[in-house]
Design a protein around this ligand. Sequence first.
Ligand SMILES: Nc1ncnc2c1ncn2[C@@H]1O[C@H](COP(=O)(O)OP(=O)(O)O)[C@@H](O)[C@H]1O
Ligand SMILES: [Mg+2]
Ligand SMILES: [Zn+2]
Length: 250
Amino acid sequence: MNQFIKSQVENNLKKSEECYKADDYKTYNCNKCRDLTFIIKENTATPCECRGLIEAKNILKNSGISEEFRKKTFENYNYSFDTQSLDAFYKAKTYVKNFNEIKNKRNNSILFMGQVGSGKTHLSIAIANNLMDGGIGVIYMPFRDIITKIKQNIMDEEYYRKTINRYKFANVLLIDDLFKGSISKSDINIMFEIINYRYFNNLAMIISSEKRFEELIDIDEALGSRIIEMSKGYLVELRGKKLNYRLYGL
Ligand SMILES: Nc1ncnc2c1ncn2[C@@H]1O[C@H](COP(=O)(O)OP(=O)(O)O)[C@@H](O)[C@H]1O
Ligand SMILES: [Mg+2]
Ligand SMILES: [Zn+2]
């Protein structure tokens, strides 16, 4: 067994034994691996599914937004705000309901487009919270921040690979505010590498963007059309300033 994996397994074993001693009624978060994050069979360790969820939670914790993230739910989304809010809410709920059925198909994603402040991020995160509660890791990618960091470290090959791979291989990827700000050719190239990989490997995405349908296509037709193909049936475009919830009740 690889030395690194071995030490991780031993570490986790120790931790779970300590927990066990501390609490006789200990229940595991993951019953498949009993929280070891590896499944050991005949002296070989294969990573357990729950690793994706743990990674997703760590990313949120490290970026300091776990608490904000948990607050965005279906329960506190006001769907009667506007008929467009209702449509967006309905599609988001339907997406969660159908997720297990569609997750390995090409058409397995959801896209929220349009008006600022209309609840696109709120619903995207509500979906992510629901999937995570069901044990599915959703990696959060705030577009502008991540693209900026990637470009700042472009000379660091290892950092670049590691970061890109995290978003390429994520079980489910939430891209928040895709193409916000002024977009350069290299922004498009980075996103193409991630999204094209996900397209060919049928890996689901939850995307929010202030761009409208035509604008997404205009920015890059190959990229835009892939996202739209993956989100058929779950395309939400919110239109009109009256949908800005931040201005509601003023
Ligand atoms: N229909 C709604 N019901 C409850 N809160 C909403 C609704 N729409 C938006 N909000 C809240 O308004 C703020 C802006 O929404 P957000 O999802 O960030 O907008 P967008 O991503 O479309 O710019 C957030 O605090 C969000 O929780
Ligand atoms: Mg947003
Ligand atoms: Zn597990």
